[in-house]
Write a protein that binds this ligand. Sequence first.
Ligand code: HQG
Length: 181
Amino acid sequence: MNPTLIKRASRKLSLVLRHQPEAIGLKLDENGWAGVEDLLRCLAATGTPLRREELEIIVAENDKKRFSFSPDGHRIRANQGHSITVDLQLDPVPPPAILYHGTSTKAIASIMRTGLQPRQRQHVHLSLDQETATRVGQRHGKPIILHVDSAAMARDGFQFYCSANGVWLTEAVPQKYLSLS
Ligand code: HQG
């Protein structure tokens, strides 16, 4: 499959599986799943025809493993990043001692006042390493990395989740757990 087509289809999947399923007339269940047949039908009806085999390639080759099929292969969902309310049924897990959040320099003053907020998404997204956090921050401008004292947060009762594609998630990070490198 042509890499440009894969990228374009992947963007569309992110849009409809995380943010606006109604844009193609699709319905997600409460856990964020869409029926694969429904998805392909809705995509075709709105000008993005895709075959099942192509969808499988997109899911397998997606650079961040953003999507998963259900074990029986009949359903598909985004692994994280939703703005619509879905219950991914992730179990809380103990986090590594330090996690990282990449953001842009222009957001720092506000973050240091009010902590990290999920903004449009369901969770604050945290990275396991600084390289990943830098790539996340670059999407917003000049990147800057915040260190999150996740060990202290866990001791204080905050819950952490790890998505199927290895992104660490938590509800919010109060300012006192944040430091600049
Ligand atoms: C910032 C990508 C001001 C926050 C990535 C971020 C990730 C605040 C922005 C995933 C703030 C939200 C998520 C506060 C947070 N004041 N700014 N109090 N609290 N912010 O895109 O973490 O390619 O919703 O620092 O790889 O950048 O989509 O979150 O800059 O995993 O799969 O508000 O998206 O993955 O931006 O990225 P986002 P994010 P995908």
